[in-house]
Design a protein around this ligand. Sequence first.
Ligand SMILES: [Zn+2]
Length: 126
Amino acid sequence: MALGARRAPGARRVQTRWVPLDLPDAPSPELVELDRTTSLTVVWHDGTRAAFALEDLRRGCPCAECRERRDRGEPVWPRPDRPETLEARGAHLVGAWGVTIEWNDGHATGIYSWGLLRTWAGLDEG
Ligand SMILES: [Zn+2]
């Protein structure tokens, strides 16, 4: 499943439904590819490529709810009342800003910004 991530004119406008605190300068990728059972691969225009295991993405979900769980020392995933095998049902681009992933445990609120993914991949300083 490939998601085109070309930067459209005016792409720096952020949809009002998502209100990030700041607009990071991280470049939009050229290609975002989701393998529903294994990983999310991101390719930037300079040819840099990073693959993220779904489990790492799910455990590191940047949404407020998951952050609070981690702060309390509780597991974000797996949880006892959720499917054991993690899968991504889909992914959606959030403007030019990042990507959300719809998980098979029903969770979909985390926005993985390009800046965050680049930091996780060791491409940029955090
Ligand atoms: Zn979350």
